[in-house]
Design a protein around this ligand. Structure first.
Ligand code: GLN
Length: 482
């Protein structure tokens, strides 16, 4: 068997090795299983490593032996966030209430990856029902950041991010409702893509907030993210919000390509409250590096961005309270018995939900309750319309937008658990793209003084993921390295 430098493997390289017979799919998964054995007791990226990994790999090896055409993702070992259904596997969404829930069918994205022969190593840890920025809200204990075990890996897709960063899989799937792919990608030095709302089917994704949720990849390179996105996107007749995506874009290599920097996000000159010095420094360096590569940088204004967190924390809990109403012990998971049916519900929900889902269910019911609906939910929806219009306008002036992904690098475990609002502020740069439905990517942008990864975010117009990949590939070469 060839000596393989795992750290340098990407999807295309692994594919070439498999196709050329230099490594078998079984040997490839063996590498990752070894790493999981070695590191995961410290990192806790996985909730479960599947017991049929070798069988999955051997099925691919059989195809290779028969000389069959090998799709790019055949035999590629992936990790899957614990809220994407894989038929007959457990899927708990990081919650006690679904602890023993077995998926009756596979998510649309898994069907697509199955067609290519991808291998699933296991399901990864996450904040309960994807609510959080640190993976500390998982009912099954926190995940640690491979760069510093005292720190969080980000969330809610923290298990997926830590697994990729620790070389416990080649790439992973996550979901992003307000930043849950991009923020952990930024904390763990990875690429994380949140696709345009509707470009990837949500069928078989345990819903958090249905108008915001999207599945996307966490990977080591932009090209890997592009490959996985290419495999999972597309119209699904069983998800009425999914769309076939007509892509028209202006090439990033053209000389008149303009990168907009929203001053509401990142004030290039003035004071930057709440953003750490390291993040400011690296973002400014990124801007300069892009300038030297011929990109034009333009400061723009998107006034409604001043209200993103407030708006998100009305729309999201409203949808959460509706989506989580179904967990009552009758159809799903945990069931506690009381004296009456109502008591059954109450006991089940009390025992099954952690504090954060409970907080959001209460908030959601409140903003939707009669008398308050217009004052909160109605106004938040109007703010979303204003935001979409603002973005539309700004994309007539610039090709792509740039901002930091997060205000700080990874924080310490326990540092913010006592203060939910501080946690919520971690989404300040990311949740705007979810509210407007825009595609956005986080890229590694060097390290902080104390050696922690920092991320840079690009946001593109609707369905123009291509622009993110093109710009991302240029930036991978000219940006700060990790
Ligand atoms: N951190 C955000 C929240 O807690 C976003 C979560 C997500 O994207 N799933 O709601």
């Amino acid at each position: 068997m060839t000596k393989i430098n795992l750290a340098e493997l990407n999807i295309k390289k692994a594919h070439e090795l498999l196709r050329g017979g230099e490594i078998s799919a079984r040997e490839l998964v063996d590498f990752y299983l070894e790493n999981i054995k070695r590191h995961d007791k410290n990192i806790h990226a996985y909730l479960e490593v599947f017991d049929d990994v070798f069988e999955q790999a051997e099925a691919v090896d059989k195809k290779i032996k028969l000389g069959k055409e090998l799709p790019l993702l055949a035999g590629i070992p992936l990790a899957v966030k614990d809220l994407i259904l894989i038929k007959s596997k457990k899927c708990s969404a990081g919650s006690k209430i679904l602890e023993n829930f077995n998926a009756p069918y596979s998510a649309a994205v898994i069907e697509k990856l199955d067609n290519q022969g991808a291998v699933y190593l296991g399901r990864t840890n996450m904040d309960e029902f994807a609510m959080g920025v640190s993976t500390e809200y998982s009912a099954f204990g926190p995940t640690k950041n491979p760069y510093d075990l005292k720190r969080v890996p980000g969330g809610s897709s923290g298990g997926s991010a830590a697994a990729v960063a620790q070389q416990e899989c080649l790439a992973a799937l996550g979901s992003d409702t307000g930043g849950s792919i991009r923020q952990p990608a930024s904390f763990c030095g990875l690429v994380g893509l949140k696709p345009t709302y509707g470009s990837v089917s949500r069928r078989g994704l345990i819903a958090m907030a249905s108008s915001l949720d999207q599945i996307g990849p966490l990977t080591k390179t932009v090209e890997d993210a592009e490959i996985i996105f290419g495999a999972i996107k597309g119209k699904d007749p069983l998800d009425s919000t999914s769309v076939g995506n007509p892509i028209s874009h202006k090439s990033a290599t053209k000389s008149d390509f303009v990168v907009g920097v929203p001053k509401e996000f990142f004030n290039m000159e003035g004071e930057n409250k709440g953003i750490s010095e390291d993040v400011i420094k690296n973002t400014k360096k990124a801007i300069n590096n892009l300038k030297t590569r011929g990109f034009k940088i333009k400061e723009v204004s998107i006034p409604s961005l001043n209200y993103v967190v407030e708006t998100y924390y009305i729309i999201m809990p409203a949808e959460v309270s509706t989506n989580l109403a179904r967990y009552d012990g009758v159809k799903y998971g945990l069931a506690k018995k009381g004296k009456t049916l109502l008591e059954d519900y109450l006991k089940t929900r009390r025992a099954g939900f952690g504090d954060e889902p409970r907080r959001r269910i209460l908030l959601g019911n409140y903003v939707l309750s009669s008398g308050y609906y217009d004052a909160f939910y109605g106004r938040a929806r109007r703010a979303v319309s204003a935001m979409k219009n603002d973005f539309k306008k700004v994309f007539s002036e610039v090709d792509i937008l740039l901002s930091p992904t997060t205000p700080t690098s990874a924080f310490k475990i326990g540092e913010k658990t006592g203060n939910p609002v501080e946690m919520y502020l971690a989404d300040i740069f990311t949740c705007g793209a979810n509210l407007a439905g825009l595609p956005a990517i986080s890229l590694p942008n060097g390290l902080s003084e104390n050696g922690l990864p920092i991320g840079l975010q690009f946001i593109a117009p609707w369905f123009e993921e291509e622009k993110l990949f093109e710009t991302g590939k240029v930036f991978e070469k000219c940006g700060l390295q990790i």
